[in-house]
Ligand binder design. Sequence first.
Ligand SMILES: CC(C)(COP(=O)(O)OP(=O)(O)OC[C@H]1O[C@@H](n2cnc3c(N)ncnc32)[C@H](O)[C@@H]1OP(=O)(O)O)[C@@H](O)C(=O)NCCC(=O)NCCS
Length: 226
Amino acid sequence: MIEDLLPPAAVALEAFDDPPGLRLYPEEAACMARAMECRRREFATTRQLARSGLTRLGLPPAGIPKGERGAPRWPDGVVGSITHCAGYRAAAVARAADLLSIGIDAEPHGPLPPDILEFVATPAERARLAGLAAANPKIAWDRLLFSAKESVYKAWFPLARSFLDFESADVEFDEATATFVARLLVPGPAVAGKELRELTGRFAVRDGLAVTAVALGPCLLPDLLR
Ligand SMILES: CC(C)(COP(=O)(O)OP(=O)(O)OC[C@H]1O[C@@H](n2cnc3c(N)ncnc32)[C@H](O)[C@@H]1OP(=O)(O)O)[C@@H](O)C(=O)NCCC(=O)NCCS
């Protein structure tokens, strides 16, 4: 499902459970030294998916430990992103020559608790969510907004290397094209000597999941920078 949301330069793989017996690389095992077994297993599954992705890109397997602020530390020349939620794990990778950054996120499809929505959505976003929900109440637009913002953060972080809070981007969905645009409300990182102003993404709601993905590629840049 996640592969459909990313450009062809990305390889995305998914799993719906944790296969037994997966081995971690030593630098990965060090990250999981104090983790519960279920956490170790989901971590191992996503690393296995990511390594399969590296193989598909024609690259050697490598350890993918946790790096700065929890972001995966990809091998040189690789960008990628990881997500997991109940019953779903995914990893997406691409050569850095092809894509500048990737963010993916999956959530169980269902409404967010109301107190969380207040934290996640700006007043302008809440107004638009109401319109979307009136037009198509089958989609939990609030959950999709949460997921889109998580994807935005995961794509933002390797470029900016700083935190981005939920009020710092305005996300607008286009249901007809299953896409969204995230306008940054704070100064964006410099990319190719220009300021990044927007990130664009795609979404899907399927099989009980709300899934979003953001990919920033060189061909997309002229529109998104100023
Ligand atoms: C880090 C965060 C995005 C993870 O999202 P989540 O829905 O809780 O969990 P997911 O399973 O989808 O993603 C977890 C994976 O995100 C990745 N991740 C964690 N921190 C990251 C970062 N700083 N940058 C990029 N990826 C990161 C990791 O690969 C992690 O999996 P791993 O620990 O097994 O390697 C989220 O917990 C968070 O801190 N959000 C606040 C920031 C934010 O979303 N701002 C919105 C801006 S508009």
